[in-house]
Design a protein around this ligand. Structure first.
Ligand code: HAM
Length: 423
């Protein structure tokens, strides 16, 4: 075994798999362009308070999953970002972006870090693609981000997804609901598990998120948040639902959906995949109108967004065979040097072809001609171009089509012309 292993919960992605990432990233970028979202990149670390304030100090993420450290003995604590929303909002407030235009549509494909117990679909370093729409969070804006997300899934060919959606109302609605939940759960306090007992104190909404089967029945009988929403919030939510129906996006209303981050209000949603085991959440998001103020902005800034776990997305795609037809193109031409004395000339030819824009591979280890041919086939080259003494002297090279075995003798200019022509 190698002396060093990757850190627990982190993994290497080798070229075979990178091909899949490129494919998925390409689809994300092209759909983002259709919807007018532009890419944002923010630093991998931020001051720890940003996440404490933004995500909420009673959440699991801030409570126990952040990689935080002091850059120097007198410095402020910094944290490897566990999610993107807080950092994107920080960046936009810092640049005062909203003074330049009233609405900003941003997307990202970024690496994140959470100190969770690693298992299938759960890593300590993972990647998300997501979008944040700042400046408006109308039902149309919620529908816009949801439709963008669903179009990415559809373009990738992924099926078997379930979209669950709920309305969390505004701050006052949730405060009243929190009290109602506290009153409901208090008589059962002795039956609650440790983490739910703690949640009862700090944030009873999070009890609804509990995966403990022993609490299932108790949770099912809890009051519904929907009953505590103001009429405007209900109307707003119904409009979101009607937009989804108009776009033929299937959804289930889930009154127990609360999400694991504190910044949400009104519409919040999650997408699960039947292909994933215990970690079946492929993405989630919602509105977060008060995050800007929480981070020191002068006013509430309406906003809505989502994020999708890239690894989980790829696991689900793999299970559905969606990478089977992905054909990583090998080099077009393998330059085969017949005698080692001609290897410099071979390199020169390879260089010329590459300058002309052709994908070319050549042996760098002075291997036999047989070994070169084996390698050309192994990596899926379409052609072999032979460099021998006669070719060197005459300037005419044998080009072999490795699929049909047809062979022709051509000048380098003719080779370039033929191979540059598509098809
Ligand atoms: P989240 O639900 O915490 O939301 O994460 C979104 C997705 O990231 C999850 O559904 C899951 O697919 C993936 N994910 C989370 N943790 C891990 C992990 N340890 N390993 C692998 N994948 C993971 C957010 O992060 C919000 N910022 C989403 C958002 C954007 N809300 C508004 N805008």
């Amino acid at each position: 075994m190698a002396q060093f292993q990757a850190v627990k919960g982190a993994r290497d992605i080798f070229p075979d798999e990178v091909v899949r990432w490129h494919h998925v990233e390409g689809v994300i970028r092209s759909v983002a362009a259709l919807y007018g979202f532009s890419e944002i990149r923010t630093p991998v670390f931020e001051y720890t308070e940003l996440f404490q304030r933004g995500i909420g100090s009673t959440t699991d993420i801030v409570g126990k999953e952040m990689f935080s450290f002091l850059p120097d003995p007198n410095g402020r604590s910094i944290t490897l970002r566990p999610e993107m929303t807080a950092g994107v909002m920080r960046a936009c407030l810092q640049k005062n972006l909203l003074s330049l235009a009233p609405v900003h549509k941003l997307y990202y494909i970024s690496d994140l870090f959470r100190k969770e117990r690693p298992q299938a679909g759960r890593q300590r370093q993972f990647s998300q693609f997501g979008a944040e729409l700042l400046g408006v969070s109308s039902p149309a804006a919620v529908a816009e981000v949801l439709t963008f997300m669903m179009q990415v899934f559809e373009t990738l060919g992924l099926h078997g997804l379930r979209l669950r959606i709920n309305s969390l109302g505004d701050v006052e609605d949730r405060a009243r609901y929190r009290e109602a939940l506290r009153e409901y759960f208090l008589p059962y306090a002795a039956d609650l598990d440790e983490s739910s007992k703690e949640r009862l104190e700090k944030n009873p909404l999070r009890i609804l998120d509990s995966k403990n089967p022993a609490l299932k029945e108790m949770i099912a009988g809890a009051p519904r948040l929907y009953a505590y929403l103001k009429p405007e919030a209900v109307a707003d939510f119904e409009k979101v639902l009607s937009f989804l129906s108009d776009r033929a996006i299937a959804y289930d209303i889930d009154h127990l959906l609360v999400r694991g981050l504190d910044y949400y209000c009104h519409a919040a949603f999650e997408v699960t995949s039947s292909e994933l085991g215990a970690q079946d959440a492929i993405g989630g998001g919602g509105r977060y109108d008060s995050l800007a103020k929480e981070l020191g902005g002068t006013a509430d800034l309406p906003a809505v967004g989502f994020a999708v776990g890239m690894e989980r997305l790829m696991i689900a795609m793999e299970k559905q065979g969606l990478f089977a037809t992905l054909n990583p193109h090998g080099p077009l031409v393998y330059v085969v040097v017949q005698q080692q004395e001609l290897s410099d000339h071979g390199m020169q030819v390879a260089f010329r072809l590459r300058k002309a824009g052709l994908k070319v591979e050549i042996d760098l280890a002075a291997r036999s001609m047989k070994a070169q041919m084996r390698e050309a086939n192994r990596i899926g080259s379409s052609y072999a171009l032979f460099i021998g003494q006669t070719e060197h002297e005459s300037g005419l090279y044998s080009l072999k089509n490795l699929v049909t075995s047809e062979q022709t003798s051509l000048s380098l200019d003719a080779v370039i012309e033929i191979l540059s022509t598509p098809g």
